[in-house]
Design a protein around this ligand. Structure first.
Ligand SMILES: Cc1ncc(COP(=O)(O)O)c(C=O)c1O
Length: 361
């Protein structure tokens, strides 16, 4: 029997959706694991760029319970479905994701007792598939890319459409087009702004569905903030008009421009390559003891590349979207890095003159 599901419990609503996440009642954890989504730490980094004259902060989205910023999107997309009645107790959630959103949705669906089918492809890591299945979700593996475009993304979307037609009471969150993906990040930006007493000069964030960037940009505009948004995309991604090319590191970038994209959300776009991700991640690990995912490495290198353009005294924030454990066989594997880029030890270790700066902390 189909019954309306009780949505986010009242105590959690006050903590999660009304931006009162820092209050004591929101920290009691009374509403299960989803009450732990959001309110991630914003930490000041003193070592990553020795000698920098500006303040650099990292928003550690890895500390969401599902391990990434996509926990926020997952809960927002499902909450919206519950609010509108599109999701009921007998609804099956069907979504295409090769990574973090799949894990986030698996977590939220397990919490609400909803059936979830995650459409993945051969590029999805075994670890992600295992994670998604561990929450009780089902995996639907697409074996062939789309014939016309050669893209797995298109093939996965086609498979979602097929499953929607054949599955009774199915609901597609559609992370690439659903504005509630972006709405989730109003709160992300609110947390950052609140933590820095209202002043954020630069925000660096990686892009794929554009949910994070759009949500933060909407918040910035709604609150008349002067924050400069730097979008960090992948070389080979088409989001900002670049040429499509193969990319090794998943997470940020997209082979098709997402519907959530809007021109003028970002003040500036920087495209970083796979090697940048590796260098940035390894520097974050060695200099700041932060084991982060590939897009975080790109974001960190974006700051590195334009550091001399940032006025002294500025407050800069990097959103670090996920954790490094999911990249142990790639970014953090010397064999994998050697195979793809040769010996990069020199690029990732701390140089002598930097050592002296680090010693002052
Ligand atoms: C690791 C990682 N970083 C960045 C992003 C980009 O976030 P968004 O989809 O909100 O643009 C994603 C999206 O999947 C991601 O998985």
């Amino acid at each position: 029997m189909s019954v309306p599901l009780k949505s986010i419990p009242a105590d959690l609503q006050s903590g999660f959706w009304n931006f009162r996440a820092n209050t004591a009642e929101a920290k009691t954890g009374a509403s299960g694991v989803i009450s732990a989504v959001g309110n991630t730490p914003l930490v000041k980094l003193n070592r990553f760029l020795p000698g920098a004259q500006f303040e650099l902060y990292a928003k550690l989205e890895a500390l969401n319970p599902g391990g990434s910023s996509k926990d926020r999107a997952a809960i927002s997309l499902i909450q919206r479905g519950l609010d509108t009645g599109a999701i009921r107790s007998d609804t099956t959630i069907i979504e295409s994701s090769s990574g973090n959103l799949g894990v986030g949705l698996a977590q939220v669906c397990a919490y609400f007792g909803l059936r979830f089918i995650c459409v993945v492809d051969q590029k999805t890591t075994l670890q992600n598939i295992r994670l998604i299945k561990s929450y009780g979700a089902e995996i639907d593996l697409v074996l062939e890319p789309d014939v016309e475009t050669g893209e797995f993304l298109q093939a996965r979307i086609d498979r979602v459409q097929t499953l929607l037609r054949s599955t009774p009471n199915a609901f597609w969150p559609n992370q690439y087009a659903n504005v509630y993906n972006a709405v989730a990040h109003h709160r992300t930006m609110h947390e950052v702004v609140t933590a820095l007493d209202g002043r954020v000069d630069y925000l660096f964030c990686a892009t794929s569905t554009c949910g994070t960037m759009r949500g933060c940009a909407e918040y910035i505009r709604q609150h008349n903030l002067s924050t400069v948004i730097i979008a960090v995309d992948a070389v080979g991604s088409v989001i900002f008009g670049g040429q499509k090319a193969n990319r090794l590191i998943p997470g940020h970038g997209a082979a098709v421009r997402p519907q959530l994209f809007q021109a003028n959300l970002a003040d500036r776009v920087l495209c970083l390559n796979d090697l940048d991700c590796v260098i940035g991640c390894r520097r974050l690990a060695r200099r700041e003891a932060i084991l982060a995912g590939g897009s975080s490495g790109a974001v960190a290198m974006a700051v590195t590349k334009i550091q001399h353009e940032i006025p002294p005294g500025s407050k800069c924030v990097m959103i670090l979207a996920d954790r490094g454990e999911r990249y142990l066989d790639t970014i953090y594997s010397d064999e994998w890095v050697g195979e793809h880029f040769g010996n990069v030890a020199e690029l990732t270790t701390v140089r002598d003159e930097e050592e002296k700066c680090l010693a002052t902390f």
